[in-house]
Design a binder for this molecule. Sequence first.
Ligand SMILES: Cc1cc2nc3c(=O)[nH]c(=O)nc-3n(C[C@H](O)[C@H](O)[C@H](O)COP(=O)(O)O)c2cc1C
Length: 182
Amino acid sequence: MKTLLAFNGSTRADSFHGRIIRVLPSLAPDDVRIAEFDLSDVPFYNQDLEGDRQPAAVMAMRAAVAEADGIIFAAPEYNYSYSALTKNTIDWLTRPMGAGALRGKKVMVFSVTPGPGAGRKVTATISEILPFLGNEVVAVVNAATIHEKIAANNDTNNDTNIDVIVDEELSTALRAGLAAFS
Ligand SMILES: Cc1cc2nc3c(=O)[nH]c(=O)nc-3n(C[C@H](O)[C@H](O)[C@H](O)COP(=O)(O)O)c2cc1C
């Protein structure tokens, strides 16, 4: 059984990216488990908080990444780039330099940012930097219209009903992305 660890660059309660993370288990191959790491308690990166001063949430995050077989970055686009939360996650996980927990991990990046760009700028930016940090990007997925589908079905408030969250095109792309870790 493989474990893929997902990070959401948004802590918004109704985050579209969070909704997608919660349906990933239904799209994953049978031998793949999806876990989400909650970033709420991870502070802003500070080099003074390294070594024996590492915050508990940072230690837990680094340990979870070290144990994971692959990483998923759910990346909302903020001002034509990644959110501070996404960048902060990458910063913690790439220290100590050259030996961070993220090093060598296969990564999938997806964005369901509403709007005509569908978050393509943020996924392109992350895909560009990760190879320099020792990562292989195995899949990049973008979709822009998912918020309309979720809004149309919002009264069901059913996070695990895949038909409420994703359309055929997005579910096909996410399935292929999750299969690309094998
Ligand atoms: C500070 C900020 C900057 C944003 N910049 C962009 C942007 O450059 N392009 C875009 O398409 N959407 C932009 N958005 C819209 C977000 O991508 C959108 O709200 C998205 O749904 C956030 O992800 P979430 O639903 O997972 O919270 C921005 C939102 C915020 C709060």
